[in-house]
Design a protein around this ligand. Structure first.
Ligand code: DGT
Ligand code: CA
Ligand code: CA
Length: 571
């Protein structure tokens, strides 16, 4: 995590130098070093202590001095000075999708814009369009960017919070003063973005537990320290709250702090209707105030006449009514998935070979992988020509011969062109074991046209899956203008599986659309869209999204037996 902290500073220096108009290769040097450090397994602190910083590629004498200063003091004089030279707001402007250093610097020099507020005003008043390199479309895009930013402001993507939260939890589990401990809050509900991480513990020694908590080495700052609640800020600026309760309240506190707030409001009013009072300390008799339950979370639900509600469903979207009737779906489990349908390899823009991917997948307990590389016209992503498709099929055939109890499917993520035709002819499509189709260009299209483009793609009989059906990137790009109802109906009618893309920036379909599509009788496929082996673990965020959408095992292709999957793809 220290590595991330160092990398962040180097990235920011590069941005500041860009805004200042420094020469390209100077700023690039900072970015390259930041990238390397961010991806390194070894702790930067160790490397610095052992005087080995200059062995890092791209790190020379000057940079190694700066890195050492950051590692040893937690800051960098040079960076502080740079920040003084350049108005602070300019850096926040850089966070807006679509605004690079050149544009930010032009806005500052010509229009004296250094804050988001000023920028929004200038866009609305149409004052940007006359600047060199700007136009009406840029103005509109910047406004959209500001809105997107506001929607996710201060929140992080699920995977970031998941890794931070679980590392912290592992550390806390080594504290012998703790009886029980769990993640709570939106992270336990596996929401697509997370405001802060909540952890709940039970202990008879809350002061000791809090003391242990603030001594975690990724803590940047302690925001608040008490014996029931303590909050810290991690180096990546994510906040973590720890609450410590007595053992008899642990179940009710877990229920309370898991939320959502809306779910809790409904639970409390249900409790009152049934003659109880519910809060984080327990479930009590309304008249006598006698403690009825609270040690175990299940009991809160069962005492109120509900079946247990999995945390991913607790959003007050009808789950309490279903639990009352005993009609909750039996959610797909995280270990029901036996393979990943959407992986890129070195054949296109992935960084690992099919053989390496398969070995890791086998170690994960998988029975198959589907290697879905890009199609021919996606030149920037090294899409495959027909000739290379044939070579790839050959390689996979050979690998499959060597493997037992494991299957590599030769897939493709075939581009849907603007007119809805596909990037491979039927003759080529036929060669693949599995065909994803997806939009990778011309995103800005009128809704009717876009819907027709996609449904036309799905009508091709060689197509199995529609990849990332709405194209949104959380916090960065809105979904395409598309009629989701029509996509869903066409998917059902053509037997096309809709993907739940598990890449944390996408989660597309999202939970709400997945729920809707299930109600219309659609089936789903999970894929991580991995571009490296490290991404394979993203599958859990796909399962989480499916669970939030109320999906069951039988709704998802990846959970069938390999023989059944082969049959379903072959038909
Ligand atoms: P986040 O952090 O914005 O991603 O979302 P949460 O759900 O983790 O919200 P957070 O951290 O503010 O609070 C954690 C849980 O505590 C929340 O899910 C439900 C519970 N909670 C917090 N404030 C209230 C409240 O005012 N009323 C009720 N009923 N529950 C609350
Ligand atoms: Ca939270
Ligand atoms: Ca919180």
């Amino acid at each position: 995590m220290k590595n991330q902290f160092v990398a962040e500073i180097l990235y920011k220096i590069a941005d500041l130098l860009d805004v200042k108009g420094e020469i390209f290769f100077k700023t690039r040097a900072y970015r390259m070093a930041a990238q390397t450090i961010e991806a390194m397994d070894e702790d930067i602190e160790t490397i610095s202590n052992e005087n080995r910083l200059q062995s890092i590629s791209g790190v020379g004498e000057a940079l190694s001095k700066k890195i050492r200063e950051i590692v040893e003091t937690g800051k960098l004089e040079y960076f502080e000075r740079l920040k003084e030279e350049i108005p602070e707001g300019l850096l926040t402007l850089l966070d807006i999708p679509g605004l690079g250093p050149k544009k930010v610097s032009a806005l500052y020099e010509n229009l004296d814009i250094s804050t988001i507020k000023q920028l929004r005003k200038a866009c609305i008043e149409g004052r940007l369009r006359d600047l060199d390199g700007f136009g009406e479309i840029t103005e509109r895009n910047i406004l959209r960017g500001i809105q997107l930013r506001e929607k996710t402001s201060g929140r992080v993507l699920l995977n970031v919070a998941y890794v931070d939260g679980n590392n912290y939890l592992d550390y806390m589990k080594r504290c012998d003063k703790i009886d029980r401990i769990s993640i709570a809050g939106s992270l336990r509900r596996m929401k697509e973005t997370i405001g802060d991480v909540d952890i709940l513990a039970s202990s008879r020694y809350p002061e000791d537990v809090m003391e242990y908590f603030v001594h975690y080495d990724d803590v940047q700052r302690v925001l608040l320290k008490g014996s029931t609640k303590t909050s810290v800020l991690l180096h990546d600026n994510l906040q973590v709250d720890l609450r410590v309760v007595k053992n008899e309240s642990y179940g009710s506190a877990l229920q309370y702090f898991t939320g959502s707030k809306e779910h809790n409001v409904k639970m409390r009013s249900l409790a009152i209707k049934k003659g109880y009072k519910l809060n984080e300390y327990g479930l009590f008799d309304k008249e006598t105030e006698k403690y009825v339950a609270g040690e175990v979370e299940d009991e809160i639900y069962t005492t109120l006449g509900l079946s247990y509600i999995e945390s991913e469903l607790r959003e007050n979207k009808g789950e309490i009514d279903l639990a009352q009737k005993g009609h909750l779906p039996r959610l797909v489990e995280y270990d029901d998935v036996i393979g990943d349908f959407h992986i890129h390899s070195t054949w296109s823009d992935g960084s690992d070979s099919i053989e390496d991917i398969s070995r890791v997948a086998q170690n994960m307990g998988y029975s198959f992988v589907c290697i879905a590389d890009h199609s021919q016209s996606l030149k920037i992503a090294n899409g495959l020509s027909e000739e290379r498709v044939n070579e790839k099929i050959d390689e996979i055939r050979k690998l499959n011969k060597k493997l037992s109890n494991f299957r590599i499917f030769c897939g493709t993520e075939c581009d849907i062109k603007s007119d809805g035709s596909l990037d491979y002819s039927d003759r080529i499509l036929k060669k693949f074991d599995a065909v994803h189709i997806g939009i990778h260009s011309a995103f800005k299209m009128d809704g009717k046209e876009m819907t027709k483009r996609i449904t036309r793609g799905m009508e091709n009989k060689y197509v199995h899956f529609l990849a990332h059906p709405t194209g949104r990137l959380i916090g960065r790009r809105d979904p395409y203008e598309v009629d989701i109802e029509q996509i869903v109906d066409t998917a059902r009618d053509t037997g096309t599986f809709l993907e739940i893309n598990a890449f944390p920036d996408r989660l597309d379909l999202n939970d709400i659309h997945a729920k809707f599509a299930k109600e219309r009788g659609v089936k789903f496929v999970l894929g991580t869209d991995s571009h490296s082996i490290a991404n394979l673990s993203f599958i859990r965020f796909g399962v989480a999204t499916a669970r939030r959408g109320g999906l069951e095992k039988s709704d998802i292709l990846n959970t069938y037996r390999l023989k059944e999957i082969e049959k379903m793809l072959g038909g």
